[in-house]
Each structure stands twice: as C-alpha cells, then as structure tokens.
Design a protein around this ligand. Structure first.
Ligand SMILES: Nc1nc2c(ncn2[C@@H]2O[C@H](COP(=O)(O)OP(=O)(O)OP(=O)(O)O)[C@@H](O)[C@H]2O)c(=O)[nH]1
Length: 307
C-alpha cells in the first residue's frame, strides 16, 4: 500500500498554475473537446441570430432585410468600409470602439464619431488625407454578401482556437471575396502570461494569408493607431502587405504560392542551419588551404556570422 502510494506520488503530474499557458498538445486536445460548441462562422451555416434583426426587424423576415440594411452602408458616399471578423470574445467590439475613437484616447479621429447600426462612422486623417470610415463589428451574414474595402481578421493571442478560426475565415473569404485585402490582428497582447500564440507563429501564418500582421491590445489601446492607419491605407490601396503591390489592391499581382511557401518554410528552418552550413564550408576551405589563421579568424568578432 505504502509502495503504491509512493508510486502515485512519483508518477502524478506536477500541479499547473492557473496563469501558466497550457502545453500545445493540451490546447489542441481542449480545442477538439470544444469543437462541438463552435461559434457560428459566417458562410458555414445559417446564422442563428442576426445582429440587427434582434431589435429592429422581426426574425422571420430578418435575413434579407438586415442584408439590405447592411448594404445601405455600402452605398454610403465614398466611405471606406472596414469589417472585423473573428471568434466570439476575441475583443472585436472593444477594438471597434477603440478604432472609432470611442475609448478615452484622443486620436486624429473626428470627434463626431457616430454609431450607425452595426457600424461606427468616423473621419480619420492618415497621410494628411481625410477619409470617412465605417467600421463594422462583425458580419453575421453569409460572407458572400460581404462588401468591404478591408477585412480585419481578429484572434486573441491567448486563445489558439481563435487563431485557427482566422484561418477558416480566411479560406472562406478567399472563396467568396478573392480580392478583399486582409489584415491579421492578434489582440490581447497585454495578457503576456496567458499567451498561446507567439508573434512568430502569427507572422508565419500572415505570410501564408498573404497579408500583414499586427499585434495589439484593445484594452490598453496599444497598437490600435497602427491598425487604423494600416486599415485606411489598405482600403485606399496604398498599403503594401506581403503579396500586394502598390496601387489598386484589386489589380495587385499576387506572389506565387511556391515563393510564399518557400518564404514560410524559410521562417521555420532553424536559423543556425544556414550558419552551420556556412561554418562547415568555411572549415572545409581552411582545411584545404591548411590555413590556421582563417580558422582563428572565424571564431573572432571579425566574422559574426561564424559565431
Ligand atoms: N486583457 C484584455 N482583454 C480584452 C482586450 N480586448 C478585449 N478584452 C476583453 O475581452 C472580452 C471580450 O471582448 P469583446 O470586445 O466583447 O469581444 P467580441 O469579440 O466583440 O465578442 P463577441 O461580441 O461575443 O463577438 C471583454 O471582457 C473585454 O474586456 C485586450 O486587449 N486585453
């Protein structure tokens, strides 16, 4: 009995503190476990609840009417339309308020920010040019009805599941909106200790998404200015992300899949690989020449790449 007890003591896993991020394999397992309880993804199924209809339009006639209500914004004179998409709880609403200047910061945003249905309208000055912007918090209709100038895919850096959701959304978007520029955003960067997605991993994903990646904290209002500027430039067609050339994003020449894959793989290969290879070649050269000096030099500060 005593033996069994001591065996239990030795084999029991160490206690995990609540603030410690789960190991990757546990995160994935947890993800599988909750996959039944997925949030609704636009385009994958019929929406259970529609954003505008719940208050303004009877549910049975809601879908087409709310789509029409949304499309009214599309006709808004010359406004740039920015839509945020992402899993529930990643901080889209907080981000929209922050971007639209509703939080207590003061940006170069017109004070006459006003809510219009699901969107917030404001005037932003970027690169000495004023732009009227409408920022939509989510898009709960079919993605094929989405009409916007830039789409911001938001995930929480503390939630791997939300990160995977952006990949799903990106695929759906690319099917129905192949020319809509995307910005990938990792929110909640202030929650450093609960982080599940590293900046490097998100960057690599953004490369595959063919878009820029920005990390920020809506709560701290940190990095939101940069996002707004990037979104406005992208919507204007000025912003150059991976794979987009200057000018009209619709006519932009996309980088080939092969070269993107190569770039992605290059990011995964350990950095030391190239150095080791160079060092091996260098040693070989030294051996061939019988030069001791060269070898000594390679370990000195003259050639940092050999360190
Ligand atoms: N620590 C931290 N919390 C945040 C941040 N942004 C949002 N939150 C919190 O995350 C929770 C969800 O934020 P929301 O803005 O409601 O998220 P949402 O994506 O709009 O959620 P839905 O409306 O359910 O789709 C709230 O409790 C926010 O206070 C952030 O940058 N840092």
């Amino acid at each position: 009995m005593a033996d069994q007890y001591s065996m239990f003591l030795t084999t029991a896993p160490p206690l995990r503190r609540g603030s410690t991020p789960l190991p990757l394999k546990h995160q994935l397992r947890r993800e599988e476990a909750v996959s039944e309880d997925c949030d609704w993804i636009p385009g994958l199924e019929e929406p259970a609840a529609l954003p505008i209809s719940d208050t303004a339009v009877p549910r049975n006639e809601s879908f087409s009417q709310s789509a029409a209500a949304q499309s009214a914004y599309h006709n808004h004179s010359g406004a740039l339309r920015i839509v945020l998409l992402g899993q529930n709880g990643v901080g889209k609403s907080s981000l929209v308020l922050s971007l639209a200047g509703q939080s207590d910061r003061s940006l170069s945003i017109d004070s006459e920010t006003q809510a219009c249905g699901e969107g917030y309208e404001c005037t932003v000055t970027v690169d000495d040019e004023d732009s009227k912007v409408i920022i939509f918090d989510n898009w709960k209709q079919d993605l094929s009805t989405l009409q916007c100038d830039v789409c911001i895919l938001v995930f929480s850096v503390t939630d791997r599941r939300s990160f995977h959701r952006t990949a799903q959304l990106r695929l759906l978007l690319r099917e129905s909106q192949p020319h809509t520029p995307i910005i990938l955003v990792g929110n909640k960067s202030d929650l450093v200790r609960s982080r599940e997605i590293s900046s490097e991993e998100a960057q690599s994903s953004a490369m595959m998404f063919d878009c820029v990646y920005l990390e920020l904290s809506a709560s701290l209002d940190h990095g939101t200015n940069e996002l707004l500027e990037a979104a406005v430039r992208t919507a204007r067609g000025d912003c150059v992300g991976p794979g987009w050339t200057d000018g009209d994003p619709g006519a932009a020449r996309r980088e080939s899949l092969t070269s993107r894959a190569k770039r992605f793989l290059a990011g995964l290969v350990p950095r030391s690989y190239g150095r080791d290879r160079d060092r091996g070649r260098y040693r070989e050269m030294s051996r061939q020449r019988g030069s001791k000096i060269l070898r000594q030099k390679s370990r000195s500060c003259h050639d940092l790449s050999a360190l």
